[in-house]
Design a binder for this molecule. Structure first.
Ligand code: HEM
Length: 453
């Protein structure tokens, strides 16, 4: 195992991914079984070249090379075909903006995610997690995926917009978001770019849902402006108040709109998928489940969790961290080189696509011993220190690291503790589940049986 203490070898191994076809290259393998295909590549080299389209693409498999890509955001900028197709949906927000503009945007959006504000958003999390944990009926199966998505939609909408309109916003977001996420993914992986223009029902549903989300965000912005109530403690107020220390600049209404759309698309399905996988894993690992129940009982003594409990719910957090390792929602993200550069001794031409796959890194036996096993205690401080830098990237890294990482961890810890305090989630025999590598690494429907504890 490579550890944090051992400097990695400088003799980088380069390889062309096996199995390429004359015209299609590796596109078919990526289309059919992306997780298996990508996870097989570290065995071939530290930097593996793929042929996915007209441009060369590279997968760094060694954490040191991954780290080099992430920290050099000017040369390895956001881009590539997937990001281009996301622009009509996300506008020009944190995810889609290029390097120079991203620095400005990040300075303006970061204050909305400071610790003091997370504490305010946590009030919404506490309320919604408590409501979720009391909504189920003993012995009546629930679709965990559906429930977790509904919960994270309520939390995110509540944190974004603390207005009387929040319940309406939640209903719209719950209705529209899955349609937009699914359609955005379909368009992103369409190599022809023609799919989006076909007059088919799926495209009409997508256009309708995207239009409704856009109008909802506009109404929220208008409502805020009309009421002019200053700081309401929500994300929207923080975006309106944001002022750049360097330039004195603020965010325009259109920029606020784009950031809100970005936060909705980046923050809801990711956290919901990770929570769903956590319940799935706990259902198959009774010892970890028992340890979780023991911690929750000891810390909470039967009451609902609050924000101040989060630091003491250490095992709960390790459980979630381990679920993020095995099933990272952001299983693949991309960068594109803005100029010719060198990575691991290999010359990369300008406009090369670089693929970063937390899924690949997290399941590499050279980085995580016994990588398939669910072992929350690998995140005990004394063991976690041996994990190589750049090997564990559920939230990415460098200047584009997830802005909602603390928000998501806090939300998940409160959700797990609130539900595990009341329910033992039993798997339903015969339930089949397989990872769906789409916009997030989702589980699809997952029926489980809540039993009162
Ligand atoms: C477990 C939950 C989450 C996971 C696994 C996750 C994962 C990630 C990853 C890997 C990135 C970096 C992508 C890249 O470098 O291209 C990212 C970026 C981002 N995430 Fe998250 N995320 C989660 C929750 C959230 C939440 C709750 C929010 C907001 C409320 C959020 C908002 C964002 C935004 C705005 C970005 C772009 C940041 C930037 O480029 O400056 N995420 N996320």
């Amino acid at each position: 195992m490579r550890t944090a203490q051992q400097p990695a070898t400088r003799h980088w191994r380069h390889a062309l991914a096996p199995g390429g076809l004359p015209l299609a290259g590796h596109a078919l393998l990526m289309g059919r079984k992306p997780l298996q295909f990508l996870a097989s590549l570290p065995a071939h080299g530290d930097l593996v070249e793929l042929r996915l389209g007209p441009r060369p693409a590279y997968l760094p498999c060694h954490p040191e090379l991954v780290q080099q890509v992430l920290v050099n955001a000017r040369v390895y900028d956001t881009g590539g075909p997937v990001k281009e197709k996301a622009k009509p949906i996300l506008g020009n927000g944190l995810i889609t903006s290029d390097w120079a503009d991203h620095r400005r945007q990040r300075r303006l959006v970061q204050p909305a995610f400071q610790a003091a504000r997370i504490a305010r958003y946590a009030e919404v999390m506490e309320r919604e997690c408590a409501a979720e944990s009391t909504a189920w009926t003993a012995g009546r199966p629930v679709d965990v995926s559906h429930e977790m998505l509904a919960l994270t939609a309520r939390v995110t909408a509540g944190a974004l917009f603390s207005t009387d309109m929040a319940p309406h916003a939640v209903a719209e977001i719950q209705h529209c978001l899955p349609v937009v996420v699914e359609g955005a993914y379909r368009q992103a992986v369409d190599p022809t770019g023609l799919l989006a223009r076909l007059p088919i029902a799926a495209n009409r549903r997508f256009d309708d849902a995207l239009g409704r989300l856009n109008r909802l965000i506009d109404r929220m912005i208008d409502d805020y402006r009309a009421a002019d109530r200053g700081d309401r403690g929500d994300v929207l107020s923080a975006l309106f108040a944001a002022q750049d220390d360097e330039t004195g600049g603020t965010l325009s209404d259109q920029e606020i709109h784009d950031q809100v759309m970005t936060l909705l698309l980046a923050g809801i399905e990711t956290t919901a998928s990770a929570l769903t996988w956590t319940w799935f894993l706990l259902g198959r690992n009774p010892r970890a489940e028992a340890a979780l129940h023991a911690e929750v009982d000891e810390v909470l003594g039967g009451r609902a969790p609050v924000y101040a409990d989060v630091p003491r719910l250490a095992y709960t957090q390790r459980v979630f961290s381990e679920a993020l390792r095995l099933f990272p929602p952001a299983w693949l993200f991309t960068r594109t080189t803005t100029e010719a550069t060198e990575l691991g001794g290999r010359r990369l031409p300008p406009a090369s696509d670089v693929l970063i796959s937390p899924y690949v890194l997290h399941r590499d036996p050279a980085l995580f011993p016994d990588p398939e096993s669910f072992d929350p205690d690998r995140w005990l401080p004394e063991r976690a220190k041996d994990v190589a830098r750049g090997a564990y990237l559920p939230f990415g890294g460098g200047s584009r690291k997830c802005i909602g990482d603390v928000f998501g961890m806090t939300e998940a810890t409160l959700a797990l503790a609130a539900i595990a305090g009341r329910w033992r989630m039993r798997p339903i025999p015969g339930t089949k589940i397989r990872p769906r590598p789409q916009m997030s690494l989702t589980a699809g429907p997952l029926r489980m049986l809540p039993r009162p504890r």
